[in-house]
Design a protein. Structure first.
Ligand SMILES: Nc1ncnc2c1ncn2[C@@H]1O[C@H](COP(=O)(O)OP(=O)(O)OP(=O)(O)O)[C@@H](O)[C@H]1O
Length: 287
């Protein structure tokens, strides 16, 4: 169980996250929504300890995460994998090496420095890529892949860490609706099949509603809504986004997964371009 107790983060005189308390149970799939600047990224970054809390405590399974240092902190960051909007891969390295980099926290520094990976690690990386339907890209440079493929490589890298929790900071914000859908289905499958807790920041309401069991709404650094998708009415959305932000939250121009009803794989494969090849190879996750 992850617990946040009265967590605040300030940057100078700006309060990005304001007195947030929250409990997330093992195996939940939680979406965090809110207007730009609401504090969603800062909240996730504090959980992963990419940012420190200014006040308050973060506890996981009884351990004070917000106080961890050195190897304990590295172990936590391995248990609590994070993926980002911009994928954060090493573009000039091949895909499989990028995935194996997910093991860095678990190996000695000389082997890491020389990028020597064991056969077992290579097999694990291939398995992760296979699961995400992109094993055929293993030897390609990561920078040559489409955005949707790159995000799946990032998820494979996160899986290599053997995490207990996966944090995703706007994982679909740079993707077209169809790739966004594939990535969200992947996260859902990781949550359902592996029992990994997933907490993801999302821009649009429909995506949160479709994929998450629980939605947390933030505004001005505070939690203003915490409930099921069914409880997320238009009035609640107005409170989260403000009247002027509401249109954006529902906007089809923003990344949304609602525009792309899943078509049979064969149909998708016969459609145009690279992204369709990619979708044709996504395996059971995209079906
Ligand atoms: N490193 C930083 N230094 C100064 N201010 C920051 C920093 N990081 C975040 N902030 C500020 O804190 C507030 C919350 O930012 P945050 O990125 O957490 O919001 P967000 O809800 O994730 O927004 P977006 O959806 O645009 O990513 C914003 O006003 C932002 O400008």
């Amino acid at each position: 169980m992850l617990e946040l107790h009265r967590v605040t983060r300030r940057f100078g005189d700006k309060t990005a996250v304001d007195n947030v308390s929250l409990v997330v149970s093992e195996g939940e799939m939680v979406g965090i929504i809110g207007a730009s600047g609401a504090g969603k990224s800062t909240l996730l970054r504090m959980i992963n300890r990419l940012a420190d809390v200014s006040e308050g405590r973060i506890v996981y399974s009884g351990r004070l995460v917000s106080g961890l240092k050195g190897s304990d902190l590295r172990r936590w960051q391995r248990d609590c994998a994070m993926i980002f909007q911009q994928f954060n891969l090493v573009p000039r390295l091949d895909v499989i090496t990028n995935v194996m980099l997910g093991r860095l926290n678990q190996r000695n520094s000389l082997m890491s420095l020389l990028r020597i990976f064991t056969e077992e690690e290579q097999l694990l990386a291939l398995k992760a890529l296979e699961r995400l339907g992109i094993a055929q890209t293993a030897t390609q440079r990561a920078g040559e892949l489409s955005g949707g493929q790159q995000q799946r490589v990032a998820i494979a890298r996160a899986l290599m860490q053997g995490p207990r929790m996966m944090l995703a900071d706007e994982p679909i914000a740079s993707l077209d609706p169809r790739n966004a859908q594939v990535v969200m289905e992947t996260l859902k499958s990781i949550n359902r099949q592996d029992g990994i807790t997933v907490i993801t920041n999302l821009h649009t309401l429909d995506t949160a509603r479709t994929y998450c069991d629980r939605i947390i709404g933030m505004a001005a650094g505070r939690i203003v809504f915490d409930g099921t998708p069914a409880m997320l009415t238009t009035d609640v959305a107005r409170m989260i986004y403000g009247a002027e932000g509401l249109e954006d939250a529902f906007s089809e121009a923003m990344t949304s997964t609602s525009l792309a009803p899943v078509r049979p794989r064969a149909e998708r494969a016969s459609a145009k371009g690279n992204s369709d090849k990619e979708l044709a190879s996504t395996g059971p996750l995209s079906s």
